[in-house]
Every structure is written in structure tokens, then in C-alpha cells.
Design a protein around this ligand. Sequence first.
Ligand code: NAI
Length: 343
Amino acid sequence: MKFAFFDTKPYDKPSFERYGEQRGIKFKFFETKLNEDTAALAKGCDGVCVFVNDNVNAAVIDKLCELGVKMIALRCAGYNNVDVKYAFGKIHIVRVPAYSPYAVAEHAMAMLLTSVRRIHKAYIRTKDFNFSLSGLTGFDLYGKTVGVVGTGKIGRIFIDICKGFGMNVIAYDKFPAKDSGLNYVTLDEIYEKSDVISFHCPLTEETYHLIDDKTIDKLKKGVIIINTSRGALIDAEALLEGIKSRKIGGACLDVYEEEADIFFEDYSGHIVEDDTLARLISMPNVIVTSHQAFLTEEALMNIAETTTDNIVEFFDKGMCTNELCYHCGRIEECRKNRTGKCF
Ligand code: NAI
């Protein structure tokens, strides 16, 4: 089997080459992202393997179908970058629902600790032999209230970590986990009561701009916001205003609304055109990492293993446990629940 692998980074290759060889899949690695102009590179391939910022819209899906491509194998969990509704009945989509929820949850806590203990400032100071402490005062996490939005795999691990720090955890989920013992509250209560808010829900129409100028009004003064989920959960301009007005005490962002053309690339010698991002980065209480929360050895191996398993399972059996479509999650319409196949 042959798969065109888009948006390849050096850290992707070893694990995919290893598992691809074991399972008889030849990956053709391309550095470019998948879009309408690059879809033709998939000619002669059974499928494409894509990541979070490949734009799999209707036009791309049409081009892939014209080329006879049968599968879009996402090497990630989120699929908001794929027009799943348009793809239905035309091309099969598989994903990696979990590869290391620990990687993301631990990164969220790493960012939180960095922010509240000003490690990012201290690191730069001591590198310059500046050992002064002025401006480095932090606060204890112990006893503070953390509001967790989304209590799936990552959210639950983040909650356990926060409990280990002696934090008081409140949570919101559209579909609360039964018998979890979690203290579920409304979204408004999360906004009003939390000293720290961490987002671990998917990007959907409902979660688009959960943080905007209206919700920022409801927040506790000095709140720290962590987003390791998807950038568009937060209106970046409203966030910037919230930081400037001192309402928001800190932001830890692993994802950014307009990250698609910026993150994962080296712009160190360039002038970044995105003024909102540049202004956010310039703030002393904003920490930005470039969608790296997933990036651990364990996660990379798990991603390659599950992606190649998905491909083999689908081409062997004509169905795959990790296939998805726009009916997924809607019990009454989900054909996969009844037949094992989305279509
Ligand atoms: P999951 O599917 O296990 O959990 C998501 C939770 O969000 C579920 O409990 C679900 O009920 C809840 N949810 C759905 N709609 C909601 C809504 N409208 N409001 C509140 N909660 C809602 O997913 P998992 O593995 O925990 O991942 C969470 C998110 O983390 C993913 O959607 C993805 O966007 C992001 N992610 C980011 C990575 C990174 O490197 N920064 C890596 C992996 C995932």
C-alpha cells in the first residue's frame, strides 16, 4: 500500500518508517501541507496521511476522489480541519483517538507552572547572570480553583494532576461522565469561580470562541487561561484585550486561532505579519508553544502504530474501529454502531 504523507517534519519519519515497514505500507513523505494545489501529489496512492493544519476541504476531497484515493488517515485526534460531512460516502476517514493523553495534560501543567512561577522569565535572567528576584513573585496552586472544560481523556488526566497539587477542581462537559465523582458546574460558574481555566474539549460550532469579550466580562480578575485544545476556542483579539485590561492574569497557549500558516515553521528570520500573535507573544504573562503538547517519544510511537493499524484494518476488513463520519456521536444516526461501517 502507498500513502502520501503531508506536512512531514523530521520527527515524523522514524516512527512511520518503522511501523510502515512492519505493516507493508510505503509512505511518500512530502513537506508541503495538503491543499488544492498539492493534492495531485497523492496520484497513485491508496490514501493520504495528514495532520492538524492540512486543510481537507470539499475541493481537496474532490481532487483526492478523482485520483482514486480511498482513505484520509489523520495522524491526530481532532478532525476540525476535515470537511467530514462532505467526505461522507466519498472517502473514508480514520483518526488516532488517543496517543498520549498524558503528553497533553502534562504539557498543560508545565505551562501553568511556568506561568505562575515565572520560570520563563527566571530562565532568561539567570542565563544572563541576573539573579534578582524582582517581578518574579508567583502564587501557590494549592487551594486554588481550577475549572476544566472537557472531561474526556486529557481533561481527566489534567484533573488528576491538579488534584495532586491540592487544587479545588470544578468541571464542565456537554456530556458529563456518569459516576465520575467530578464536581460538574455550569460554564458560567467555571468562568466566575476559577483561578485557572483549562480547555480540553473539541472545536465545534458550540465551542467556537468560548472565550470572547462577553465571557471575559464574567471571569475572575487575574485568571490564568490554558488552551492546549484548539485555537479557535478563544477569540485571540478578545484575549489580548483581556490581557491588556489586566482582567486576565496570564495565558498559556499551545494552540492559536490562526496557527495554520505559522506553527510548526521557523519564522525566526522573518517579520511575522500576524499583529495579534506578535502582541500576545510580547506580553510578559503570555506563554506560547507551537502546538507541541502532543510531542513526546511515547506519543509519536503511538501515533505511528495506531495510524498504520488503522490502514491495515481498513484495507483488510473494509472497516475500521477508528473510522469517523459526521454521524459519529449521534447514537440514532450512527450506522457504524450498527454495522461497524460509516458507509
Ligand atoms: P476526548 O474526546 O476524550 O474528550 C473531549 C471531551 O470534550 C469529551 O468529554 C466531550 O464530551 C467534551 N465535549 C464535547 N463537546 C463539548 C462542549 N460543547 N463543551 C464542553 N465539552 C464538550 O478528547 P481528548 O483526547 O481529551 O482531547 C481533547 C482535545 O484536545 C481534542 O479535541 C483536541 O482538540 C485537543 N488535542 C490537542 C493536542 C495538542 O497537541 N495540543 C493533542 C491532542 C488533542
